[in-house]
Design a protein around this ligand. Sequence first.
Ligand code: ADP
Ligand code: MG
Length: 430
Amino acid sequence: MEGAVGLRPIHRRAAVTLPCAASYNGRARDAHSLRLRVSVDMAVVDRLRGALGSMPGGPQGFRYFRAPGRVNLIGEHTDYNDGFVLPCALDMDFGVALRPVAGRQARIVAADMPDAAADTFEVDQPGQGDPAQWARYARAVVWSLAEEGFVVDGFEAVIASDVPQGSGLSSSAAYEVALATALARTFGFEIALPRLALLCQRAENRFVGVQCGIMDQSISAMGRARHGLFLDCRDLSFEHVPIDTEHYRVVVCDTSAPRTLAGSAYNERRRQCETVAAAIGRRHEGVRALRDATLEMLDEVAGDITPVEFRRARHVLSENGRVLEAKSLLARGDAVGFGRLMADSHVSLRDDYEVSSAELDAMVEIANEVEGCVGARMTGAGFGGCTVNLVAAPAVEAFAAHIGRHYPERTGRTPRVYVCEAADGAGEWG
Ligand code: ADP
Ligand code: MG
């Protein structure tokens, strides 16, 4: 059933590799060696258990919940144009251990923060005081739940995560969805997953103050192992589409480049898209957003808009088309065809939308040199951040080694490579 938070046992996942000089969540890896990565899930749970040891009252009564990070496979800069996206959940988890306590106070310990920082607040007044940035997300979720009438009682929680922070793999959405899931399960709230996702998005938009779309929270809540999630950002309808995980791996490569221009360029792109949608809307009733437009319509208004606006809109229109095509190709098991769409998406983002960077382009070019890499593209808003790659399983080690060798040569930066599996959405551990 789509509407329920699924149970998932703690599992040891298949060993995967990391490239040279990579680090994983701050844990340094040996330079120039391929290393086996053991189950990250176990590490999160172990860290939660370790932190519980220091809780007054010990670990009794805690339940463990998790929600994954995500990567967008295709459909970039389409969300705010009411379009389509196709992310998958990653086997990197944000974990929450939580138990109800008497009274109206919440206490949260962040096991990943220096000295296991803690935040305490009244559950009826999560906006009171001036909490640390990391604590704002937790308070935001409590606030957003209450906005919908889901008022929590007092609780204690510990949080720990293996979703890298600020790399574009959406640790923030994983955090919100994991905590919302924990609170909903603990206090007996029945919340359908799309609603849970919306509630978490509102927490981030209105309480934390970050204007994210709905994709991140949706995939973290509704992801399915070995599947991507086709999501219509207008009506939030969705469909799970299979990924051939037997033969391919989703590999995320972090350029380690700062996302400098991201904010201003993002706002500028949004405005350009709105301008073109309005120009088309003046001629075609019913065109509310670029999602409703066609390339023919865009051609008609070419004289009314700037060449730059034309290219921006062309990206959005072609990208929406690619997401729809990707959905059918994946359903047919055509990973190679899907990989070609990923390549086209990158070119469109680079040339029409102009949100790539020298590092992202280099990472994609180097990836494309590896036999067995069937698709490579930048993912996320752009100007730094990560690429996403579809790589034949037997080629993964060679892929990681190739990136590890050539990316630093080309850019002077140290990449991080995450070999991932498409994972389940939020649930309870154990
Ligand atoms: P992204 O979502 O791309 O990882 P964001 O800047 O949106 O990056 O969210 C990162 C923020 O989320 C961190 O600065 C921190 O406030 C919070 N966060 C993420 N992971 C953790 C964690 N393990 N413990 C505490 N806070 C976290
Ligand atoms: Mg985020």
